[in-house]
Ligand binder design. Structure first.
Ligand SMILES: Nc1ncnc2c1ncn2[C@@H]1O[C@H](COP(=O)(O)OP(=O)(O)O)[C@@H](O)[C@H]1O
Ligand SMILES: O=C(O)C1=C[C@@H](OP(=O)(O)O)[C@@H](O)[C@H](O)C1
Ligand SMILES: [Mg+2]
Length: 174
């Protein structure tokens, strides 16, 4: 299979971390839509949101998704990519879509230890644990509907990679 592999899921589920490891395991290229946006605009997510609002950021992340999509590539998306139906349709048509699923407690614990607030400005203004509960309540059905496969993201990154490879019937290249 040479189709792009899209990783979706909430902030902190490990899309960037697991995406890098998965790309190495397959010998694929790796792209992250937020990183692409940062490189092309020379601005962080927080800076884009401060000047253009979340609406402006969301439009830019759609462009970023389309720009990085290519065969033999693992693509880590931003947690809100599924909010736009056209992004979901695009990912489903172009490749395979994997949801990295984790509980709000696990997500909050990871984000509290690595907040990276420049790339993850608050979405709700609420404390992280409350925010993650709210975000999953609003988005879980979108992740579920967009994904070809759901994997358990509450295990080691290597374990997540193995589960993804198994679900796609792919073998490690290295
Ligand atoms: N499977 C995992 N187990 C433990 N910690 C993880 C795992 N995946 C990611 N992390 C940690 O959680 C934080 C967020 O990971 P990241 O890959 O940036 O998530 P995302 O891109 O989905 O927001 C980082 O500090 C990372 O080291
Ligand atoms: O969940 C979200 O709406 C967002 C998640 C972030 O990406 P990660 O999921 O990689 O943290 C980033 O795209 C932006 O801060 C918005
Ligand atoms: Mg990320």
């Amino acid at each position: 299979m040479s189709l792009p592999i899209f990783l979706i899921g909430a902030r902190g589920c490990g899309k960037t971390t697991v995406g890098k490891a998965l790309s190495q395991a397959l010998g694929y290229a790796f792209c992250d839509t937020d990183h692409h946006l940062q490189l092309t605009t020379q601005r962080s997510v927080a800076e884009i949101v401060a000047t253009e609002g979340w609406e402006g950021f969301r439009a830019r992340e759609t462009e970023s998704l389309q720009a990085v999509t290519a065969p033999l590539t693992v693509i880590a998306t931003g947690g809100g990519m599924v909010l736009a139906e056209h992004n979901c349709r695009f990912m489903q048509e172009q490749g395979r879509v994997i949801w990295l699923s984790a509980s709000p407690e696990v997500l909050a614990e990871r984000l509290e230890s690595q907040p990276e607030t420049a790339q993850r400005p608050t979405l709700t203004g609420r404390p992280i644990a409350d925010e993650m509960e709210e975000v999953l309540r609003e988005r879980a059905h979108l992740y579920r509907a967009a994904a070809h496969h759901q994997v358990n993201a509450m295990q080691s990154p290597d374990g997540v990679v193995d589960e993804i490879l198994h679900s796609l019937s792919l073998a490690r290249a290295s």
